[in-house]
Design a protein around this ligand. Structure first.
Ligand code: ATP
Ligand code: MG
Length: 327
């Protein structure tokens, strides 16, 4: 049995119809004219128990909308969602007791009270025995290094501390499936690393299935054996990180620095210019052409130093979306 199934999931929103100019806008208000916006378009994937899957894509791609359908917050316009054998939108207590959703940019904690107030509500809600609750809270708060913040009003916590508390709130009932929508957004590198390590541990120790979105490549590279990329509501890639970088393995970044100023056009002759100023440039070159291009560049330009790098995941994703939008 698959833990998460998204079968041609689609979501359309009705939004006020866009009209030209002020008068048009006014008319739209009066008539209440609406138009359909497709946020998610027939996205299909299956996730097996224990997997950590990265759900990636540019702003507005449809990631949050998909997660909301998988957690029963939004009703799909089309297709089928299934989590642990349940339809999420039915919101059956049996399903809700086995899943959790944490959104990095939206606090689910009571603002004016210490985080423990929210934790206690969850304890009652999920029928967690007091002893187990205390044990888990001690364990989680210790691991996330916020044990000394348990009596502080949520509004007084730092962003990182608050997000760690949100993770605790999500994990107290030991869910089998964890949905994380940008769990490290806005955090400094140290906090990001800590949360990453923590999630890895949770996955290894309890076999928790995790679907997470993030705009940070390090999250993805560290945590996810598999990634799904969406763009404009459509799935454009599903596979291993290696698979993605190998598929787009053909490009190398040639980093050049010069002993004196060079003209842009002289550099552009050798490959696609990714970055440049008067005394340095980065160009993209097909892997098999690297030897040829390198010697040509050395012969033609006053090269002080030359470096060759493989395209990063960020480059690859950029390339992927670039292709789609330009094609
Ligand atoms: N309630 C809503 N009403 C109308 N349009 C919506 C609603 N929610 C989302 N959308 C639109 O659906 C599209 C997908 O939004 P979504 O939030 O799923 O993107 P996302 O991939 O999570 O982006 P981000 O990386 O910025 O969080 C966007 O164009 C958004 O404006
Ligand atoms: Mg989002």
């Amino acid at each position: 049995m698959h833990t998460i199934i998204s079968d041609h999931l689609s979501k359309e929103f009705l939004v006020p119809k866009k009209s030209e100019g002020m008068l048009g806008g006014f008319r739209a208000l009066v008539t209440g004219a609406k138009e359909k916006v497709t946020a998610v378009k027939e996205i299909s994937f299956e996730i097996t128990e224990g997997e950590i899957v990265g759900f990636l894509g540019p702003n507005g791609a449809g990631k949050t909308t998909t997660i909301k359908m998988l957690t029963g917050i939004l009703y799909p316009s089309g297709g089928r969602a299934e989590v642990l054998g349940f339809r999420p939108f039915d919101r059956s207590p049996e399903l809700l007791s086995q899943i959790a959703l944490m959104m990095g940019n939206k606090t689910q904690l009571w603002w004016d009270l210490p985080a423990t107030a929210t934790f206690e509500v969850n304890q009652a809600l999920y029928n967690i025995p007091v002893s187990a609750y205390k044990e888990r809270l001690a364990f989680l708060s210790d691991r996330l290094q916020v044990a000394d913040k348990m009596n502080t009003q949520v509004r007084k916590l730092s962003l990182g501390e608050r997000m760690k508390c949100q993770l605790i709130a999500a994990l107290l009932h030991q869910p089998r499936v964890l949905f994380l929508d940008e769990p490290t957004i806005g955090l400094d590198v140290v906090s990001q690393v800590r949360i990453r390590e923590f999630l890895k541990q949770v996955n290894e120790q309890y076999g928790t299935t995790i679907l997470l979105t993030s705009h940070y490549m390090a999250d993805v590279a560290e945590l996810c054996q598999r990634i799904i990329i969406v763009d404009h509501g459509t799935k454009v890639f599903d596979g291993s990180l290696d698979g993605l970088t190998t598929k787009h393995d053909s490009d190398r970044r040639l980093k050049l620095s010069f002993t004196q100023e060079v003209i842009q056009d002289d550099v552009a002759r050798f490959g696609k210019v990714l970055e440049s100023d008067s005394t340095s440039a980065v160009i993209s070159v097909a892997a098999h052409e690297v030897p040829k291009v390198t010697s040509a560049v050395l012969a033609a330009l006053p090269v002080a130093d030359i470096g060759i790098e493989q395209a990063s995941l960020e480059d690859v994703i950029h390339e992927l979306f670039g292709e789609r939008t330009s094609g």
